[in-house]
Design a protein around this ligand. Structure first.
Ligand SMILES: Nc1nc2c(ncn2[C@@H]2O[C@H](COP(=O)(O)OP(=O)(O)OP(=O)(O)O)[C@@H](O)[C@H]2O)c(=O)[nH]1
Ligand SMILES: [Mg+2]
Length: 369
């Protein structure tokens, strides 16, 4: 039987880890993507989420503000460019309520216009972060190779950068990023994501990282840290919530809670169903896609979880548990439930991170060229 003292220590730990968890869960990050029709706004939003959120297309699909496109508190709006009859410069900031965004992303393709400059001036006036995206860089490179056969790819990229940089040198921005939504792991999209994350406060950053596409190793490592907070919360909840005795183990555990924890971890690492659909765009082979689907299943059925729990149980040493909660006595049901969930959750994180990295290593865009 657990002592009252142990129970209150557990409760204290639960309250703290729930507070950390809730802060991220309830946070909202609101981003505005601004650009002329066809500049690639919808495609960019999809690349950032690693999911098809907004319909892209070769014909005009937006003239008006569109959205919200959102996943668990990461919210994107698709805003039309300014300086048209419908959205004149003078009233644009007010009409679009630019002040309400945590970050603004200005998308340009082909040419940098006076109206694009005006938007940066507005962001400067409102003291808002503004990230400049030169989209469709893959097209620009192939056009450049045709137009200047003597130039190398890096020179063409540099020309695209300089065209924008020379027009806005006197303004404040959060950087210029050359991005291809067709090749989201190449060029500057991963850097753009890292820099947006850095521009946000701690809680919003965690929300942003937990919802975006893990486009490089750094982002996947950041995702690990957030997933650990999820595991901490579920471990303490599992300890207090012990319901079903697990046959063969001296412990009662709410397996439903573990299922929920796993679902959250898989989502953080883009290994849920919606994200897998998007991986097809990265030209990942069918064999890998199937293996990712199977991989997810081992964390998402009750039977598979019970099997894994039994496998991990001998590894849950009391010592490991007391690192988190200073239990006085011997291992008791609640401490085992805590340690087991923690061990299980951390293993899930490591395996998911490894899988996410493996997927990145298998991206193959050569069929586009
Ligand atoms: N090659 C290439 N094509 C792109 C890229 N981004 C967008 N496109 C294509 O360009 C077209 C327009 O892209 P969208 O993302 O729909 O552009 P948008 O700004 O949302 O357009 P509206 O909704 O009409 O305002 C689509 O056919 C996209 O597939 C890119 O980075 N590379
Ligand atoms: Mg669109």
């Amino acid at each position: 039987m657990e002592s009252t003292e142990q129970k209150s220590l557990l409760e204290e730990f639960l309250i703290k880890s729930k507070k950390d968890y809730d802060a991220i869960k309830n946070a909202k990050v609101i981003c505005g993507v601004i650009g002329q029709s066809g500049s690639g706004k919808s495609s960019l939003i999809n690349s950032i989420f690693g999911e098809k959120m907004s319909q892209s297309g070769p014909t005009q699909t937006t003239l008006d503000k569109k959205g919200p496109f959102q996943k668990d508190g990461l919210i994107f709006y698709d805003l039309p460019g300014c300086g048209t009859n419908e959205f004149p410069k003078e009233t644009y900031s007010e009409v679009m309520d630019l002040n309400s965004y945590d970050c603004l992303i200005l998308v340009t393709s082909n040419r940098f216009y006076e109206n694009d400059r005006f938007l940066i001036e507005e962001a400067n006036r409102l003291e808002k972060s503004i990230f400049i995206v030169r989209s469709r860089i893959d097209e620009a490179i192939s056009n450049g190779k045709y137009d200047y056969p003597e130039k190398e790819e890096k020179d063409i990229i540099n020309l695209c950068f300089l065209e924008i940089e020379s027009s806005i040198r006197d303004l404040r921005t959060n950087g210029i990023y050359l991005v291809s939504s067709r090749k989201p792991t190449d060029y500057d999209l991963p850097l753009l994501l890292e820099k947006i994350a850095e521009s946000l406060d701690k809680i919003k950053r965690a929300k942003f990282i937990s919802q975006i596409f893990g486009a490089n190793e750094e982002i996947i490592n950041e995702k690990r840290k957030i997933a650990k907070k999820v595991v901490k919360y579920y471990s303490s909840a599992a300890a207090l919530n012990g319901i079903n005795p697990i046959p063969g183990l001296d412990v009662a555990l709410d397996v439903g809670l573990i299922l929920k924890m796993n679902q959250e971890i898989l989502k953080i690492f883009n290994l849920d169903e919606d994200s897998i659909a998007y991986l097809k765009l990265l030209k990942i082979s069918h064999t890998t896609l199937n293996s990712v689907q199977k991989f997810g299943m081992q964390f998402l059925t009750k039977e598979a979880i019970l099997l894994l729990l039994k496998k991990y149980a001998p590894q849950v040493a009391t010592k490991q548990i007391t690192k988190y909660i200073p239990f006085a006595g011997q291992a008791i049901s609640a401490t085992i439930a805590f340690g087991l969930t923690m061990t299980f959750g951390n293993k899930t994180i490591e395996e998911c991170a490894e899988k996410a990295l493996e997927i990145l290593s298998q991206v193959d865009y050569t069929s586009f060229e």
